[in-house]
Design a protein around this ligand. Structure first.
Ligand code: ADP
Ligand code: MG
Length: 297
């Protein structure tokens, strides 16, 4: 496209809440035939809140629910993950005593680990529990399955090798997600969802937005590898995400789109930023590219 057409395209983008950093993505956009969407904060609102809790306090060393909550609050206060914020906000409303936490460690794609009163605690997903050889009892598993089928993310709490319970967190799906995905499908664009979240939760969200292609329990590097696989199949790939955990995949994609509310890293890496949470801005951005490129022919 000519410099003038590019300028017009960038201006039109701005009118449509799409900030375009370079000419190249504007020129490539109309050739995109695969769109990869992050789940949390892209398809969902990124405003998670606690919806359910289940505790098992009569284990080898009995513990009171109030004690678990104070330890959980202290541990999650150290994490910057949106799920951690949801847990801390929820416990703010309850009368929870402060607890002392040491040796805090964040475990990518899994959760957190820390020490309290010389015991090691693990808070995170099933992958974390499995890796730590912490067994989930039948009742706990049943609760988790049921909550995940309702699109909740389940976080387990364990002390040493023993589970203490779970917390369920729900992040509402954006009103625009299903419509945006339909518009992309109508343009014969393949749409995929990637998430670090659990398989069942991912399946429930995918179903609600009309997606059949998704990958659950993916680590940040796997998100980038997935984009690369599509490229090797000859696809021109747009990646849309908001998190630090999306930045590798954004850097790999042909067209990279960050959500404006997201992390600075995602916005730094991406060539386009949506300054709206409305996902129909994605098909509009690709359409804009078509108009820009056509303009010069
Ligand atoms: P995503 O943002 O796509 O869900 P992440 O890699 O950030 O992917 O997280 C993957 C999973 O790890 C989360 O769904 C959650 O189960 C677990 N997790 C990560 N951080 C925490 C935390 N601070 N507390 C509890 N669980 C966590
Ligand atoms: Mg995200």
């Amino acid at each position: 496209a000519t410099p003038t057409a590019i300028m017009v395209g960038i201006g039109k983008g701005a009118e449509n809440n799409i900030l375009i950093k370079d000419a190249e993505s504007l020129e490539l956009g109309h050739r995109v035939n695969a769109v990869v969407l992050d789940k949390t904060g892209t398809i969902t609102q990124g405003k998670p809140s606690v919806t359910a809790e289940h505790w098992e306090t009569g284990g080898d060393v009995p513990i009171a629910i109030g004690t678990i909550k104070s330890i959980l609050k202290a541990g999650e206060s150290r994490s910057e993950h949106p799920l951690a914020t949801a847990v801390v906000d929820w416990l703010k409303e309850e009368d929870v005593a402060p607890a002392k936490v040491t040796d805090f460690e964040s475990l990518t794609g899994r959760g957190i680990r820390f020490t309290h009163d010389s015991a090691t605690y693990f808070v995170g997903n099933e992958r974390l529990m499995t890796e730590q050889k912490i067994t989930l009892g039948t009742t706990l598993r049943q609760h988790a399955d049921e909550l995940r089928q309702q699109a909740n993310t389940v976080i387990f709490v364990a002390r040493e090798k023993e589970t203490l319970g779970l917390v369920a967190i729900s992040d509402p799906i954006k009103e625009s997600s299903a419509r945006a995905i339909r518009q992309l499908h109508d343009r014969n664009i393949a749409v995929y969802m990637l998430t670090g979240d659990n398989e069942q939760t991912a399946a429930a969200v995918a179903k609600q937005v009309g997606l059949t292609d998704y990958r659950a329990e993916v680590l940040p590097a796997d998100k980038a590898a997935f984009v690369q696989d599509l490229q090797q199949q000859g696809k021109i790939v747009a990646m849309v995400g908001d998190g630090i955990n999306d930045s590798q995949a954004l850097a790999t994609a042909d067209v990279s789109i960050a959500m404006g509310h997201g992390s600075d890293i995602a916005m730094d890496v991406a060539k386009m930023t949506l300054i709206t949470s409305d996902l129909t801005a994605i098909p509009r951005a690709l359409e804009l590219s078509k108009i820009t490129v056509r303009g010069i022919r």
